[in-house]
Design a protein around this ligand. Structure first.
Ligand SMILES: C[S@@+](CC[C@H](N)C(=O)[O-])C[C@H]1O[C@@H](n2cnc3c(N)ncnc32)[C@H](O)[C@@H]1O
Length: 356
């Protein structure tokens, strides 16, 4: 048993070490070749928060992987199998794509142009998207609306987080696994809100292959990518739509997950989204929210949070940093069950009041 565990740990350390080295080296290279955050002549941005202690940041990074490994050993989800020689070519291709696109991202950052996509969509006529959505979040090319963006997104996120994004999402998977423990997965209807290109849903399906799952996202391009990635699970359905008017019946799900959406919503829409999630869930149902840590969650990281909206076009991030999710969710009929930090991500698990 302990030999198996030791081998598992060694494999995990080798795979995650390789992953971090791969993405971290691209992060460092991108910082070297990228333009500055501020325009020529403009004052350099100075964060208010004290901190930024590199030893604390490194410790939080390593704690994430220790937590991920502990979750795997506790049987909450299988070890990731993402490091494979056969995937090396795709990784190289994605990296080339990322660096080809980087000058466009830089140009938008320098011009503070986070609404290029809005102008493009409106030039084509009537838009069916809400205004807040039509932005180049992170200064990304195509906003949420192009096939290229849907394909490039994972690489951009992993480079930004030095290879830690997958492990951060898996901590949310651990919270879900604890939240549905003891239940037959075939009877747990789950909706992943803002499923994007299906990345988290694929992690969910790797752990719970017979779970009836739905992904909801407003982007047709990301939905198309998610459908392709989840084609192996025939019971998974991807639906295009907005969470504010989710196209599902009341109390039609046992579990709702939502990863990295709330920091991109204006405060009013956050409230609408929470109300809809409460409507969709059965009494006793579980809600797992994973998103950026907020001010004060990990004071040593507060300074990094302040840079985020400056360098990455996140217009609602500052208001997100002070949002009281426990109070918001309590008003909507939820009780908090667990909060845990996973490097720059905070995972909260709630239960909808009432008996299932
Ligand atoms: C930062 S990405 C997160 C994607 C995914 N959950 C992940 O873990 O990578 C945000 C996603 O939210 C979607 N989105 C934004 N506003 C939405 C809304 N009101 N309703 C549904 N999806 C929305 C975007 O299309 C995008 O795919």
């Amino acid at each position: 048993m302990s030999l198996r565990r030791d081998l598992g740990r060694a494999r995990y350390a080798a795979a995650q070490g390789a992953r971090v080295a791969w993405y971290m080296s691209q992060y460092l290279l991108a910082r070297r070749v990228s333009g500055p955050f501020n325009r020529p002549g403009e004052q350099k941005f100075k964060p208010q928060a004290k901190g930024g202690d590199p030893t604390r940041i490194r410790a939080a990074f390593l704690e994430l992987f220790a937590k991920d490994r502990a979750n795997i050993e506790a049987g909450l989800y299988p070890a990731p199998d993402d490091i494979r020689v056969t995937r090396a070519l795709a990784a190289l291709r994605n990296s080339a794509r990322f660096f080809r696109d980087l000058p466009n991202v830089d140009a938008r950052r320098l011009q503070r142009d986070g609404v290029e996509i809005r102008d493009a969509v409106r030039a084509e006529g009537e838009s069916r998207y809400p205004t807040y959505y039509l932005q180049n979040f992170h200064y990304q090319s195509g906003g949420w609306l192009t096939e290229d963006s849907a394909k490039l997104y994972d690489t951009q996120v992993e480079i930004l987080f030095g290879g830690a994004a997958d492990a951060m999402r898996r901590v949310a998977l651990g919270a879900l696994a604890r939240g549905i423990k003891g239940r037959d997965q075939r009877g747990v209807k789950l909706v992943d809100v803002a499923c994007g290109n299906g990345h988290f849903l694929r992690q969910v399906m790797a752990a719970f292959p017979r779970l009836p799952a739905t992904g909801l996202d407003l982007s047709p391009a990301y939905c198309a990518e998610a459908r392709e990635r989840l084609a192996n699970w025939r019971q998974v359905e991807i639906v295009q739509g907005a969470i504010e008017q989710a196209p599902f019946e009341d109390a039609s799900f046992d579990a709702v997950t939502c990863v990295y959406l709330f920091h991109e919503l204006p405060p009013r829409v956050r409230r609408e989204a929470v109300r809809e999630m409460a409507r969709l869930l059965k009494p006793g149902g579980v809600l797992v929210l994973a998103d950026s840590i907020q001010t004060g969650d990990a004071p040593a990281l507060d300074q990094m949070l302040e840079y985020f909206p400056v360098g990455f076009h996140e217009p609602y991030f500052n208001s997100y940093l002070g949002e009281d999710f426990e109070a918001l969710l309590s008003e909507a009929g939820f009780e908090i069950e667990q909060t845990e930090l996973a490097f720059l991500t905070k995972v909260m698990r709630f239960r909808k009041r009432g008996n299932s």
